[in-house]
Design a protein around this ligand. Structure first.
Ligand code: SAH
Length: 355
């Protein structure tokens, strides 16, 4: 038995499934799901993320969160939270960078939202000195000021895809033919949630919708509006999605999204507009969507790289220069990745971001 066989059997019995069901099974199936079965990060894994490229990423995020904490009067207890912490590297770098800030660690309760038991174990090994607490749903966040980061979390939440036909939409579904998974289209139907996309799309255009992100944003934004705090949401994507951005990565190579279910990372671009609208509706302010390269430059990544460069040479120095370039250059992650900040309307926006 494999996830592939299981999906074929399910489709034969119940008919084609939405991409949301397909992605959820592939990523989080308890036995065969991609995140449930492995630690996918790093050079030998399937993909590499910003905190795994360099400690500078997490250090600067840490300083940004700490500055917001000071701007908001240094609340004496707060949730220092991360969504989808992977190996725990980003949180470890945040904690190291803020170690000598008086009162910050004593006030912080480290809270991690993680679905995968395998990755919870890795995070425990990395962060055990800080007594992290795991939650499975953002509704379990404590009723405290919330200082939160999410890097490459939203891109792993499942999407649905719709192809425009006149004023209606056909949903792209996963079906099967002769034991192979295939894409197909459902019947044309109006979609209330896509009403505002009729003005910027044409017949035959494909748009994506990530419904599970909305209730998450609503909860984060209401906590921040009521209790104070900030959220830094970092991901690849743009203000609005257009076209098919579903991608599967295996051993740093792209593979077909239906080719190896459960064995490749499956993600799609994040469209930030619906996230920003949900935050606003919950009474929270949000910053302008800012390219990662600009955000990191404003936080001082070049000065940090120069400081780290003192006292190293040879291949270590080459690696540092390459990491700086990879995180910030527009041809690498600098422009593809964007940052959205959430903050209480009466507070200052997070450093590095504009209202
Ligand atoms: N932020 C990390 C890892 C990004 S990968 C980094 O930058 O390196 C995505 C992370 O989100 C993984 O830890 C994965 O297990 C987790 N994840 C994916 N879907 C999730 C869900 N629905 N609920 C909770 N965690 C999820």
């Amino acid at each position: 038995m494999s996830l592939h066989d299981l999906l074929i059997a399910r489709i034969r019995q119940d008919g084609p499934m939405t991409l949301t069901d397909y992605m959820t099974e592939c990523l989080l199936h308890p036995t065969w799901g991609y995140y449930s079965t492995r630690d996918p990060f790093g050079a030998r894994g399937d993909f590499i993320t910003a905190p795994e490229i360099s400690q500078m990423f997490g250090e600067l995020i840490g300083l940004s969160l700490a500055q917001s904490w000071m701007d908001q009067g240094q609340p004496s207890t707060f949730a220092l939270a991360e969504l989808g912490p992977g190996r725990g590297t980003l949180m470890a770098d945040i904690l190291r960078a803020t170690r000598s800030l008086p009162g910050f660690h004593a006030a912080a309760k480290v809270i991690l939202l993680e679905a995968s038991e395998t990755l919870r174990d890795v995070q425990m090994a990395t962060l055990k000195d800080h007594n992290p607490q795991w939650i499975s749903n953002v509704a379990e966040l404590p009723d405290l000021p919330l200082f939160l980061v999410a890097n490459e979390f939203f891109d792993a939440l499942p999407i649905r895809q719709f192809l425009r036909e006149g004023a209606a939409w056909c949903e792209r579904m996963v079906g099967e033919a002769n034991g192979t998974l295939t894409f197909g289209l459902g019947p044309a139907a109006p979609q209330t949630a896509l009403q505002d996309r009729l003005s910027d799309t044409r017949d035959g255009d494909l748009v994506e919708r990530r419904a599970p992100a909305i209730p998450i944003l609503t909860i984060l934004a209401s906590r921040i509006a009521q209790n104070g705090g900030v959220a830094l949401i970092v991901d690849y994507g743009d203000w609005r999605s257009l076209g098919d951005t579903l991608q599967a990565l295996k051993a740093h190579e792209r593979v077909g999204p239906l080719q190896t279910p459960g064995q490749a990372d499956l993600t799609a671009h994040v469209d930030f507009e619906p996230l920003a609208l949900a935050a606003r509706a919950a009474g929270c302010a949000h910053t302008r969507l800012t390219p990662q390269g600009i955000f990191l430059e404003r936080l001082g990544i070049t000065a940090r790289a120069q400081a780290l460069a003192k006292g190293i040479g040879g291949s270590k120095l080459d690696e540092l220069v390459a990491a700086h370039r990879r995180l910030t250059h527009p041809d690498e992650m600098g422009n593809l990745f964007k940052v959205l900040g959430l903050y209480p309307p009466q507070a200052a926006p997070p450093p590095g971001l504009e209202p």
